[in-house]
Design a binder for this molecule. Structure first.
Ligand SMILES: Nc1ncnc2c1ncn2[C@@H]1O[C@H](COP(=O)(O)OP(=O)(O)OP(=O)(O)O)[C@@H](O)[C@H]1O
Length: 220
């Protein structure tokens, strides 16, 4: 399983003001990738292409050697990719359990034992039984991000994309969340791609790309 981009080019309005041009990269399962780059360099834009939220101006993206066409993006988002954001984006008046359950409901995926699947995802990210049934607003930032990660995991998609997932967290919690992403990639054989501006996150990742001068370079 690999996610590949080939000759990917993107600009918002003016082709000469491209953010990146003809980028070719392969993302393999079992690996955590960090994408570094200065503010405004285009990291979030690149992630939005990988997440199937936007289409490139030219070039292709493929998963498992199948080109993902614009007409297939909805399917790709439903079946292959899940996202985690800096701001957690949880329904804070609901419990962790209900947040994950809501994602399952929206996806329309049917589990044989839905409760067990939701509890398993929440347990995997290190939340105790006591934590998962109280309102998310009563959890710490790190715990809330774990809920968001469980929500991304429950559908068992192959690609997990995270945009500054530790941007609101202290150093120690950041290290724990990065360890969690590594466990997910290494043990569950997922592709994990993290946009970050934190060198500690990059240092802990398996592969680092830096978007600099409108080019991607492997820097670790
Ligand atoms: N919808 C949009 N329309 C036009 N320009 C945009 C749009 N979204 C972003 N941009 C511009 O594209 C450039 C790249 O933005 P992007 O958010 O991808 O950068 P980034 O590297 O993720 O930045 P940061 O680290 O600050 O989040 C910026 O100059 C931004 O102003």
């Amino acid at each position: 399983m690999t996610l590949k981009v080939e000759n990917l080019t993107y600009y918002y309005t003016n082709p000469e003001d491209y953010l990146f041009k003809e980028v070719t990269q392969t993302f393999a399962k079992g690996t955590v990738y960090a994408i570094l780059g200065q503010s405004g360099s285009g990291k979030t834009t690149f992630l939005s292409l990988l997440a199937g939220l936007d289409t490139p101006k030219s070039g292709t993206m493929s998963y498992d050697d199948q080109i993902i066409k614009a007409s297939n993006l909805t399917n790709y988002r439903k079946k292959t990719v899940s996202t985690v954001f800096q701001a957690y984006n949880l329904l804070t008046y609901m419990s962790a359990y209900d947040n994950v359950k809501t994602a399952v409901k929206i996806s329309a995926v049917k589990f044989e034992d839905e409760k067990a699947a939701i509890e398993e995802a929440l347990e995997k990210v290190g939340l105790t039984n006591e934590m998962i049934y109280k309102p998310v607003s009563k959890l710490s930032g790190g715990q809330q991000q774990r809920v968001a990660i469980a929500r991304a995991l429950v559908l068992n998609h192959d690609v997990i994309i995270a945009d500054e997932p530790t941007g609101n967290l202290d150093e120690e919690t950041t290290a724990q969340i990065v360890e969690l992403f590594k466990k997910i990639a290494h043990e569950d054989k997922k592709i994990v791609i993290i946009v970050t501006h934190e060198t500690e996150v990059a240092n802990a990742s398996d592969v680092v790309y830096t978007l600099k001068h409108r080019k991607f370079e492997r820097t670790a």
